[in-house]
Design a protein around this ligand. Sequence first.
Ligand code: NAP
Length: 286
Amino acid sequence: MSESTVRPDPAAPEGPAPDRVRVAVIGAGNMGGPVVRTLLASGVRPENLLIANSTPASGERAAAELGATAAASRAEAVAGADVVILGVKPYQILDLLTALREDLSPHAVVVSLAAGIALAPMEELLPDSQPVARAMPNTPISVGEGAVGLMRGSALTDAQHALLHALFARAGVVVDITEEQVHAFIGAAGSLPAFVFVLVEAMTDEAVRLGLRRDLAGALVQQTTLGAAAMLRETGMHPAAAKNAVSSPGGTTVQGLAALEREGVRAGVAAAMAAAAETSRAMTER
Ligand SMILES: NC(=O)c1ccc[n+]([C@@H]2O[C@H](COP(=O)([O-])OP(=O)(O)OC[C@H]3O[C@@H](n4cnc5c(N)ncnc54)[C@H](OP(=O)(O)O)[C@@H]3O)[C@@H](O)[C@H]2O)c1
């Protein structure tokens, strides 16, 4: 992702601080919920973070659980909002925008979380000057260790772009990506947690088969997975160098690595990521 930057250009104009903006989240479900938690952690005030779900009762439940404010209706959530986040399913995005467009403030930044819905069809439904963006998160943002890929629409100003970075600051890492890169992003971040969960499950099951109690097996595998990633991030070591450094001739690790390669784990992981990216591309082109 050579065009990506982890932070906005420091020379870019500063937007308003998160504690001064009003945000509407339409659809605080499996992904919208963690986004609400991220926004609150980044400084949005609970009274300025309004949630509308499919029914007022569902919005109230989500707001109570997440520590935000329930709106009586989608229109009430959107009225006066500086940022409107759409967390509904992809097939609902364009109908929802059509229903909401009369209620949007002209300056409101519309941010879709949806996979497969490009900026262009959203922009076509709205006035040319309405700022639109896409944010592609993954679920580890719920613990502040996730990733968000931001895509800019044509009317988004530098100040609004800086505001989106500030709003997602507590997600983990926030990167700017192009819509062409979003498919790779889904393979490398959006869908990747599920692949890691499968690997962690498999390693835990094997540790139990080898004789460890399940709670101990889980703790060891989780800590080691976390530690290996943290070590690469903090030292900047290449993964191959880190692997070679623990492979003594004829030793336990190198024998394990040979088995890993024989079983095709590397090819399996690559196939999983490619399938996610290809599906994202196909969904967008439909
Ligand atoms: N899950 C992921 O890992 C992930 C990752 C990246 C992006 N995304 C994107 O996130 C979006 C949401 O996915 P999800 O997995 O979070 O789905 P979800 O759990 O089903 O959440 C959808 C939310 O939308 C609400 N909703 C449905 N119809 C509505 C309406 N007409 N007006 C207002 N709210 C409405 C639902 O309310 P109720 O709770 O009342 O039904 C629910 O809170 C999708 O576009 C997806 O592409 C998901």
